[in-house]
Design a protein around this ligand. Structure first.
Ligand code: PEP
Ligand code: MG
Length: 580
């Protein structure tokens, strides 16, 4: 049994056999073969080895001719691995003695080597691990060829182990078969993990080497509450896991009783507790967990995984479905936040060095006016069906807001001319998710109806920490005094101007930050459906006086460690059951 600690990003626990996806996302199953098939399978393996050797030698020659002998020699390491009698005989033995398919044997043996290389103190040797992966991939490609299995064809429940998953891959996971996932890379607010939380799939990310540590078929526990992955657990550990899982489910059930209770503090102050969604049907989960509206609809998910642009009708149908499920409750439709880690077929045209600082979000929309107007038309038309608000993401200056509003005005005129219905009083707001917008909040407050603070990006841009990079995850916290001060600046500007203030980043879904946000006067908390009930419980466990007191104290600290430690202590006192 071995335990790895990563970043807990989506709550819940699961135990199941693992399937390991390599970076090309095909699965390496633990497949057995009949004794009578051994000879043929060994011949297939031999052929794959020979083809891989030929590929590597060919590459060596081409690289040497193009850029010099020294760089060409890089491939000698791979050639040596592919001709190493010991390595090859270990693989053959697994096929001969254990009757495993060569794919599984290759993967198991080479990943064992990768693990050993990684553990070496010698930096040069440790770096050879990428050669081992390369050889593994090369052999698998030659073995599997066109017969790749896809995770779409699963018949039994599994846990996915992958280097990384994209947001759209995560969104297309079959929840009935995929009980949890664990990845080498990723951070707490990367879009992949946001989707996992929304779908209720327990997940741990940032495990660095989990794809090397686990082999397909290994029994694995993923504990998304504590950020642990336990490989090949022993019996006492499995028993403890079952107990903890039961406790977690019981707590979920108890929280479920709060579904229809209002989100009010002990002294009767009501907060709007709304949900964040990626797909229209997520509204059902939000309502089942007691949300009274949607504060963030990430519409860019309409674009993911398709080869063309969604039409106005595609947009309209999605919005109409969400609005109809909401039955009169408000929805905040954010225009597309494309770019950065949310790729579309259009992203292929660009190769940006710093995509999070690049043509992302409203910038992308303003450079693709046709697409933008299509979406605005659909949102406006949908606004005739129920209370709808429009929100522009990643606004950094007033010019962008004015341009976006001008385009919206154009579209309104078009619809009027065409005699199509829409809400003439539709509210228009912006996300505050970059420091420039936070600092200029008073100016923005004059030109929009509401603000929604996107703390995921605000934290990343304030602290210069990539929100999806596990190597800098320890720097990433909205509890940093600089982030808190920016949030306070925005709240003060909004309250003075009478503009509604919401928080829709993951910070709003962390119980520890609720007292601070309420203390700052935030009107709306919009959170991932998974955390709605916990947040409601937190709101109902404190008074506004307590919230303001906590808030005052928090601004006296000068480091995120002090802030986070103090807030954890307060939460432990207010909600001891969350820490049980
Ligand atoms: C945010 O940045 O906090 C936010 C809610 O937007 P997203 O996570 O989609 O970037
Ligand atoms: Mg954002």
């Amino acid at each position: 049994m071995e335990i790895r600690k990563g970043i807990a990003v989506s709550p819940g626990m699961a135990i199941a056999p693992a399937i390991v996806l390599d970076s090309e996302q095909f699965r390496i199953p633990r497949r057995s073969i009949e004794p009578s098939e051994v000879a043929a399978e060994l011949a297939r393996f031999q052929q794959a080895v020979e083809r891989a050797q030929a590929e590597v030698r060919d590459l060596r020659e081409r690289v040497s001719a193009d850029v010099g002998e020294k760089l060409g020699a890089i491939f000698d390491v791979q050639d040596a691995l592919l001709t190493d009698a010991h390595v090859l005989s270990e693989i053959r033995e697994l096929v001969e003695r254990e009757h495993y398919a060569p794919e599984y044997a290759v993967s198991t043996i080479l990943r064992n080597y990768a693990k050993k290389f990684l553990a070496l103190p010698n930096r040069y040797m440790a770096e050879r691990v990428s050669d081992v992966y390369d050889v593994e991939k090369r052999l698998l490609r030659n073995l599997i060829g066109a017969k790749r299995e896809s995770i779409g064809t699963l018949t039994e429940p599994v846990i996915i182990i992958a280097h990384d998953l994209t947001p759209s891959q995560t969104a297309s996971l079959d929840r009935s078969k995929i009980l949890a996932f664990a990845t080498d890379i990723g951070g707490r607010t990367s879009h992949t993990t946001i989707v996992a939380r929304a779908m209720g799939i327990p997940a741990v990310v940032g495990l660095k080497t989990i794809t090397a540590d686990v082999s397909g078929g290994d029994s694995v526990i993923v504990d998304g509450n504590r950020g642990l992955v336990i490989m090949n657990p022993d019996e006492p550990t499995i028993a403890r896991f079952r107990e903890a899982d039961l406790r977690f489910r019981r707590m979920e059930l108890e929280l479920g009783d709060l579904r229809d209770s209002p989100a009010v503090t002990l002294d009767g102050h009501e907060t709007k507790l709304w949900g964040n969604i990626e797909f229209p049907h997520d509204v059902e989960t939000c309502l089942a967990r007691g949300a009274s509206g949607v504060g963030l609809y990430r519409t860019e998910f309409l674009y993911l995984d398709r080869e063309d642009d969604p039409t106005e009708e595609d947009h309209f149908q999605a919005y109409a479905e969400a609005i109809s499920l909401l039955k009169g409750r408000p929805i905040t439709i954010r225009t597309c936040d494309l770019g950065a880690d949310k790729f579309t077929h259009l992203s292929g045209d660009y190769d940006e060095r710093n995509p999070f600082l690049g043509c992302r979000s409203i910038r992308f929309s303003l450079q693709h006016i046709g697409l933008f107007k299509t979406q605005l038309r659909a949102i406006l038309r949908a606004s005739a069906l129920g209370p709808t608000r429009i929100m522009f993401p990643l606004i950094t200056n007033l010019k962008e807001l004015r341009q976006a509003k001008m385009l919206l005005a154009d579209v309104r005129e078009d619809l009027e001319e065409e005699g199509l219905e829409f809400d003439p009083d539709i509210k228009v707001g912006i996300m505050i998710e970059v420091p420039s917008a936070a600092i200029m909040a008073r100016n923005f407050a004059r030109e929009c109806d509401f603000f929604s603070i996107g703390t995921n990006d605000l934290t990343q841009y304030t602290l210069a920490v990539d929100r999806s990079n596990e190597r800098v995850a320890s720097y990433y916290t909205p509890g940093h005094p600089a982030v808190l001060r920016l949030i306070r600046t925005v709240c003060e500007a909004a309250l003075d101007a009478g503009v509604e203030i919401a928080v829709c980043g993951e910070m709003a879904g962390e119980p520890t930050y609720v007292p601070v946000l309420l203390g700052l006067g935030v009107h709306v908390l919009s959170v991932s459906p998974a955390t709605l009930l916990e947040i409601k419980k937190m709101i109902r466990s404190l008074s506004m006086d307590q919230a303001r007191e906590v808030c005052d104290k928090v601004f006296q600290f000068d480091s995120d460690r002090e802030v986070d430690a103090y807030l954890a202590e307060i939460t432990r006192r207010l909600l001891p059951e969350l820490f049980a």
